[in-house]
Write a protein that binds this ligand. Structure first.
Ligand SMILES: Cc1cc2nc3c(=O)[nH]c(=O)nc-3n(C[C@H](O)[C@H](O)[C@H](O)COP(=O)(O)OP(=O)(O)OC[C@H]3O[C@@H](n4cnc5c(N)ncnc54)[C@H](O)[C@@H]3O)c2cc1C
Length: 478
């Protein structure tokens, strides 16, 4: 059974925020009091270029700009409003490679569920990020919900308020501008090189490009920036009717108007491989999260009211770095594995970002589906045999995992639940190495790998926390 849980979790919210109000009891939560650090007066501040405007880049910029450090944010995608038009085009089968569900203002989390829960241990830091979100217009109750979420209809407004605040502090935003490399001298970074050939001088570069920045991994490897393989997870999105999940979780109380659409978190792991649900979106939509013209990638999102008739979640299998291929295949072999799966999904889906899909009963019985059920995935589904898309070890582990989940929660094995492929971008398949203390790359002084793309975060809040952590290290140099 799922309960709606709320608890005060904004313990040490560290900045001047308007007081939050508990959504259930109305009690006012204390405003933040801790003073923000400042760059020391009389010392020349470094010129900081932040690459990527996702949560990691944005929170690095926020902490630095509020400390009086000059920051330029370089983002290959568009601001939230024009980005929305590119999402609409993608729904109709047309991808803009630099502006989509992964790329653009706010990064990959902008048009997401905006789920804000995290396993990060730095609860004080989490509380500060939540307080920041409230300060920029997110609803107060995210400070007291134990599973806070904002919704993709509200996040863009929060990001616009954040941008207005940062611009007011002098932060220079460069949208639709791609960083294509770095220039260093005497072991330190001197500038970022832009795709058109121009440079922006920099004493510090925060590389916060997200897990889908494949071109960055390629130029970083070519430039000798230390990077290594990192384990990922690959699988499908599973979609059920939301009322069915409500019944499984709430029993006789399902349908009660006071109950939110039910959530689940499931594991079907055996001793060999992890199989688990991931990023569950109650009342949500499966969205096309592709960034390349010949690959299908799916992910999930919800609006704040979570009112679609469907429940979806990633159902994924852990893929170890050794599964990417022999060591000789190099540190980028995980990207190649992701790409092979995404391209197979594109081929089997038949183009225009239609996604291959199989009914759950067909998948378990090992037969191709010949038709598909209703789904929230707008570009459309193509009936398929997902063993033609997924690596065999992933398909096998998924079958075993589903059976184990079904043994514990039989109703979950609804025969017409749809399995939609491919869920490949659960995290970065590469880690940019950094010093545990200074957080700098050992390859280039002043280069700070940051956030999910660098391998140090997984989710909106942990990425923002990593951005704040990097900012603290930069400020420590002052
Ligand atoms: C559809 C969807 C739903 C999600 N739902 C949730 C959720 O509900 N809760 C949650 O916690 N997480 C969710 N996530 C994951 C979450 O969005 C990421 O974990 C988080 O955004 C990572 O933050 P980041 O700042 O490290 O990178 P990103 O958010 O990926 O941001 C990186 C930015 O860098 C830019 N960039 C990349 N390369 C370059 C370059 N060379 N030059 C200039 N700019 C560049 C990109 O355009 C991008 O905007 C979701 C992701 C997706 C795609």
């Amino acid at each position: 059974m799922i309960r709606s849980r709320r608890a005060w979790n904004a313990r040490s919210a560290g900045r001047a925020v308007r007081p939050a109000r508990c959504g259930c009891c109305g009690a006012e939560t204390p405003p933040a009091t801790a003073p923000s650090p400042r760059w020391p007066a009389g010392r020349a501040a470094p010129r900081v270029v932040v690459v990527g405007s996702g949560p990691a880049g944005s929170w690095a910029a926020l902490r630095l700009a509020e400390a009086g450090v000059p920051v330029t944010i370089v983002e290959q995608g568009k601001p939230v409003q024009p980005r929305r038009r590119d999402l609409a085009l993608l729904t109709r089968g047309q991808l803009t490679e630099s502006s989509n569900y992964c790329f653009g203002e706010g990064g990959a989390g902008t048009y997401s569920d905006g789920k804000l829960y995290t396993r990060a241990k730095d609860r004080g830091g989490v509380a500060e990020v939540i307080a920041d979100l409230v300060r920029f217009g997110a609803p107060d109750d995210i400070a007291v919900d134990s599973r806070p979420h904002v919704g993709s209809n509200r996040l863009p407004r929060v990001l616009q308020a954040l941008r207005t605040h940062l611009a007011g502090l002098g932060v220079d935003y460069r949208f639709e501008t791609t960083v294509a490399g770095l220039r260093g001298a005497q072991g330190r970074v001197r500038a970022v090189r832009l795709a058109g050939g121009d440079e922006i001088p920099a004493d510090v570069v925060v590389l916060a490009v997200g897990h889908s920045a494949r071109s960055m991994y390629a130029w970083a490897a070519a430039d000798g920036i230390a990077l290594e393989r990192k384990a990922i997870a690959i699988g499908v999105r599973i979609e059920h009717p939301q009322p069915l999940i409500d019944e499984l979780q709430y029993g006789a109380a399902a349908g009660h108007p006071k109950l939110p659409p039910a959530f689940y978190e499931l594991t079907g792991t055996d001793s060999d491989r992890g199989v688990y649900s991931f990023c569950m979106c109650p009342g949500g939509w499966i969205v096309p999260a592709a960034t390349e013209a010949d690959g299908v990638v799916v992910n999930g999102m919800s609006l704040s009211r979570r009112d679609s008739p469907f429940a979806n979640a990633g159902l994924v299998v852990t893929v170890a770095a050794d599964d990417f291929g022999p060591a000789a295949a190099g540190p980028l072999a995980g990207i190649e594995l992701q790409r092979r799966v995404e391209q197979a999904a594109f081929r089997v889906g038949g183009g225009r970002f239609r996604a291959p899909a199989q009914r759950l009963a067909d998948f378990l019985d090992g037969r191709a589906s010949t038709s598909v059920g209703a789904s929230s995935y707008r570009p459309g589904l193509a009936p398929a045999d997902l063993t033609a898309v997924l690596p065999e070890f992933v398909a096998q582990a998924l079958r075993g995992g589903l059976r184990r989940i079904g043994a514990r929660l039989p109703g979950f094995l609804f025969p017409d639940a749809m399995l939609v492929a491919a869920e490949t971008r659960t995290s970065a398949p590469v880690r940019l190495v950094r010093d545990a203390q200074t957080l700098e790359s050992p390859s280039l002084g002043g280069l700070f790998p940051c956030g999910e793309g660098a391998g140090y975060a997984g989710g909106i809040i942990s990425a923002a926390l990593d951005g704040a952590r990097v900012a603290t290290r930069v400020l420590a140099g002052g």
